[in-house]
Design a protein around this ligand. Sequence first.
Ligand code: SF4
Length: 333
Amino acid sequence: MNTSTIETSESSTKRVLLLKPRGFCAGVVRAIDIVQIALDTFGAPIYVRKEIVHNSYVVNDLAKKGAIFVNELDEVPEGARVIYSAHGVSPAVREAAKGRGLKVIDATCPLVTKVHVEAIKFAKQGYSLVLVGHRDHEEVEGTQGEAPDVTQVVSTVEEVEALVVPDPDKVAYLTQTTLSLSEAGIMIDALKKKFPNIAGPKSQDICYATENRQTAVKNVAHGADLVLVVGSANSSNSNRLVEVSKNLDTNSYLIDSADAIDPVWLEGVKTVAVTAGASAPEVLVSEVVEYLQAKGFGSVDEVEVMPENVRFGLPPEIVQAIASAPRMSVAAV
Ligand code: SF4
């Protein structure tokens, strides 16, 4: 674990620990790049099904540039261009897009696509599928949609215990990418107890960004009086960071921005750890740090728990669009 002091004040006893890695993951960077490149290449408006990533600042910023966010494809004019969000879509959505003659650009995170591919593979092999996740989350809706007839979504151990399947020896599990590692472990243990021969993914479905941000909180929360997580209320991985901290008995709040901080939270607090969910931009983190500095937290130490250097390539439809679009300049890419 590396610690680097960004700014210090010898007299200050109140400090900020700025966790690293934090904020944007490779899937979010890619998804935002896709919308921006599409806007630069084709011009506004560009339709986006659902929030491109679960962050209100990012969505508002792209909306100002000409992206139109819709809940369902029937809000997109026939033949228009639409981008799928980083959370992925079900085959039913893909069919609906074909039916309306939409030009699709897919910003699904490759690590979500990995789970879709596993779902298709297990379903083809005749498995009953158990998907561990939050059933109202878009990612879960998309994954479940790959094999809706054989997939059951569970989010509690009680739901695992109540599962009924045609053949208990032919069951496979998958998980949402942004779960709490410890909660997912409890769920998988319960599944293994109920179905001793259960199959699972070759490597865990919880993504590297979710794991790394949780690990950073686990490493630092014990030394902090408060953990502030920058992220929107509908961001799954951000909510999990708050839970990880609270499970370690360190108070924690999810905040969309510095404006959401209640000064009461800082009473009697000497050390605040600050992190950000995978869809929260760094500008919001900087504003939180500035707010804390103004409240007397004069020392800001960046604590790097592990390096993170993941990057994903752009999807072929956007690469082709760049190649064939005269409006796009190389510098803009
Ligand atoms: S949080 Fe994980 S699964 Fe979601 S977009 Fe980022 S890398 Fe992909």
